[in-house]
Design a binder for this molecule. Structure first.
Ligand code: MN
Length: 259
């Protein structure tokens, strides 16, 4: 057994650095990515698992992602650079996430995407299991979800005995295909993946995807309901998109213990 095999205890992998290094990423971007990890933990989108990445500011075919660790503990020094195949540039022997292929394949398929959050946020999971009820925007804050978030069915690629994890480029490409041009893709029996055109927007989308899931589940318990129309999702999204900084600044201060 080589060290390339899965470390089951840590749900991570040790890989040799095989991608070519280029210009170093902006230190402010690295700092914001570390902060995003801690925000998403604090806001209960990530727990000990899940991850957030950002596209490299100087190499659009590379991305930045923490080493294999709990997101709430990530600092600037824990950020690793990868190519789109999931090869590390500077892991330097540190374990990396098994599911890094989610990120590389979505960045490959979606040039507009600058940041990705993969989580197991619990209120969203049931909607990935429902057969006839679409997960959709029920609140103006989450218009980006649209009127029917796609569900990725891993069995179509991996058969019916997989561990449900996205552990290869093939599975990552399948997930990216299911996402299509949308913002949120549900992953049956696993979680969800959310994208943004900036790190702050992806964090915002991830947090409000969980909020929307709680609201939709609640209204489904109460009775028949009227969700946002397609037109409302598009218009609300444009307006709310201008407010992302306000939320980020609040979440940032909360992480720092200042509010
Ligand atoms: Mn996962």
């Amino acid at each position: 057994m080589s060290h390339s095999h899965i470390d089951a205890a840590q749900v991570g992998a040790n890989v040799a650095d095989s991608a070519t290094a280029g210009a170093t990423a902006d230190p402010d971007l690295i700092a914001d990515l570390a902060l995003a990890n801690r925000i998403l933990f604090q806001e209960r989108v990530l727990d000990a698992f899940g991850h957030v990445s950002v596209r490299h500011d100087k190499h659009p075919d590379h991305f930045l992602l923490a080493r294999n660790m709990a997101p709430g503990l990530v600092t600037d020094h824990d950020i690793v650079e990868f190519d789109l195949d999931g090869n590390a540039v500077n892991a330097n022997g540190r374990s990396v996430y098994l599911e890094r292929f989610i990120h590389g394949e979505i960045y490959r398929a979606r040039p507009d995407v600058m940041s990705i959050v993969h989580s197991h946020s619990p209120a969203v999971v049931p909607f990935g299991l429902l057969r006839h009820t679409p997960f959709r925007a029920v609140c103006h804050m989450s218009g980006f979800i649209g009127i029917c978030a796609p569900i990725f069915e891993i069995r179509t690629i991996a058969g019916d005995s997989s561990d449900l994890l996205i552990t290869s480029n093939e599975l990552g490409a399948g997930l990216a295909k299911a996402l299509g041009d949308q913002t949120v893709v549900l992953m049956r029996g696993h979680g969800s993946t959310v994208v943004g055109t900036s790190l702050k927007q992806a964090v915002f989308h991830a947090i409000y995807t969980e909020v929307n899931a709680k609201l939709q589940a609640e209204v489904m318990r109460l009775g028949e309901y009227t969700p946002l129309s397609e037109g409302e999702t598009k218009t609300a999204r444009k307006t709310i998109d201008t407010q992302v900084d306000r939320a980020w600044n609040l979440w940032k201060l909360r992480v720092k213990g200042e509010v």
